[in-house]
Design a protein around this ligand. Structure first.
Ligand code: PLP
Length: 445
């Protein structure tokens, strides 16, 4: 729709949109004006089924009154308070509640929580905590951080340095002293596998290779997404995460799981850490933490790692790090209400009950034109398409546009379609997602 057809909408010129082809978008904008439950409403009044929980964040669905009410209450009680050398009760209350459901369960004790404002900030915070920890235990030469190809860890300089997406990296200078494991995506051996891929656990041995290359005394931490989301839903091969854990432990390297997407019920367990039964030392989260309502992230840290930094003179600040909005009271209120909604409706585990049905429904697209792989876990799906010759990404983008016009929001990355509906999704809506997507695939050419 052109601007002239929208007489009452603002000019689109001033807003420089993130991760968007701005000029293309502004010629044919897609505007979402309202949301409720599983649906968005566009500015021209069409209902669109949310197949992506916003951006993997609206896990309890849209317009949750309990969260709105908590935010309103908090805004009119304590709108903002500094968190440097000052505190406010709700930040402590929220951390205590988060600690109670911390990744890995009560045994793992990742029950020290550092607040941030986003996933990117959570990642940079985790990397800094890891390096500070190594220094605190007398391993100050360990400053190198290892990521993985095809990893996405947000857009801070730390995150893009350990991340593995060329477009996010090629223009910018990166942190010195980073390196990468190879990615685990291997469609030749694993295409259309139901469940975790059978092949590729040995790729975790790349960490051994990097230890041999750089020297163990230089490596502070390794960070991976247990399930890579933004780069196209890449599942860890069977045994891979266990092997990575074992190698990291053996070499005194901290293991960080980036759970910005997988946290808060996405896989049918509270965290991916719980799903895989592999416990890292640090877990990064954001997104579902507040159901996407108020920007916030939280880094869960193993108690030993935290305690190692609680040394030195008592009057000394232990970690020179934090944000103006760390522990923002309104975000904490949104987060507490979100946890109540999750608990009240069993949403952190609801995905487990639907996962098989979800998988079966998505796999009906196996024979749709140009589908070359399907991967599902919990309430996530990746559907990989063959690229058009010389036009990588074009086919999936056409499918995305067609779905949107047919009333379904999906996400695409390159030629991979990613689905991650709110965890309140009903069976009929799973059917609708598959049916609309199937039509769009059939007509994409
Ligand atoms: C695994 C992972 N880490 C970090 C981020 C960055 O989060 P944010 O966009 O909130 O900075 C994302 C965002 O999608 C993500 O998927």
């Amino acid at each position: 729709m052109s601007d002239t057809a929208r007489p009452n909408t603002p000019s689109l010129d001033s807003y420089w949109m993130p991760f968007t082809a701005n000029r293309q978008f502004k010629k044919a904008p897609r505007l979402l004006a309202a949301a409720e439950g599983m649906h968005y409403t566009t500015d021209d009044g069409r209902r669109v089924l949310d197949g992506t929980a916003g951006l993997w964040c609206v896990n309890a669905g849209h317009g949750r009154r309990q969260i709105t009410a908590a935010v309103e209450r908090q805004l009119s009680t304590l709108d903002y308070a500094p968190s440097f050398q000052m505190g406010h009760p709700i930040a402590f209350e929220f951390a205590e509640r988060l600690a109670a459901i911390a990744p890995g369960g009560p045994e793992a004790k990742l029950d020290r929580v550092f607040y941030t404002g986003s996933g990117s900030e959570s990642v940079d915070t985790a990397l800094k905590i890891a390096i500070a920890y190594q220094r605190a235990i007398g391993q100050g030469t360990r400053t190198r951080v290892i990521g993985r190809e095809r990893g996405y860890h947000g857009v801070g300089f730390g995150g893009i340095s350990v991340g593995g997406l060329v477009n996010n990296r090629r223009v910018f200078p990166l942190l010195p002293g980073t390196d990468h494991l190879r990615h685990t995506h291997d469609p030749d051996r694993n295409a259309f596998t139901r469940g975790l891929p059978a092949h590729g656990a040995e790729l975790a041995d790349d960490l051994e290779r990097l230890v041999a290359l750089h020297g163990v005394e230089t490596i502070a931490a390794v960070v991976v997404e247990p399930v890579a989301g933004s780069t196209g839903v890449l599942l860890p091969p069977k045994g891979y995460l266990e092997r990575l854990r074992e190698i990291a432990t053996r070499h005194g390297i901290l293991l960080i799981f980036d759970e910005v997407i997988s946290g808060f019920g996405r896989l049918g367990t509270p965290f991916a850490t719980d799903y895989f039964g592999v416990t890292p030392d640090i877990v990064t989260t954001a997104k579902g933490l507040t159901n996407g309502t108020i920007p916030m992230g939280a880094v869960f840290v193993k108690r030993d790692v935290h305690d190692a930094l609680m040394t030195g003179p008592e009057a000394a600040i232990e970690l020179f790090h934090g944000y103006t909005y760390s522990g923002h009271p309104v975000a904490c209120a949104a987060g507490l209400a979100t946890l109540d909604v999750y608990a009240g409706e069993g949403l952190l585990t609801r995905g487990a009950a639907l996962a098989q049905e979800w998988e079966d429904a998505i796999f009906t697209l196996k024979d749709a034109p140009n589908v070359i792989d399907i991967r599902t876990i919990g309430l996530v799906a990746g559907i990989e398409l063959a690229s058009r010759p010389g036009a990588a990404g074009a086919r999936a983008y056409d499918v995305f546009l067609d779905c949107f016009h047919k009333g379904l929001l999906i996400r695409v990355t390159g030629d991979i379609i990613a689905l991650s509906p709110p965890l309140i999704v009903e069976r009929e809506q799973i059917g609708e997602i598959v049916s609309v997507l199937g039509d769009a695939l059939a007509s994409a050419g």
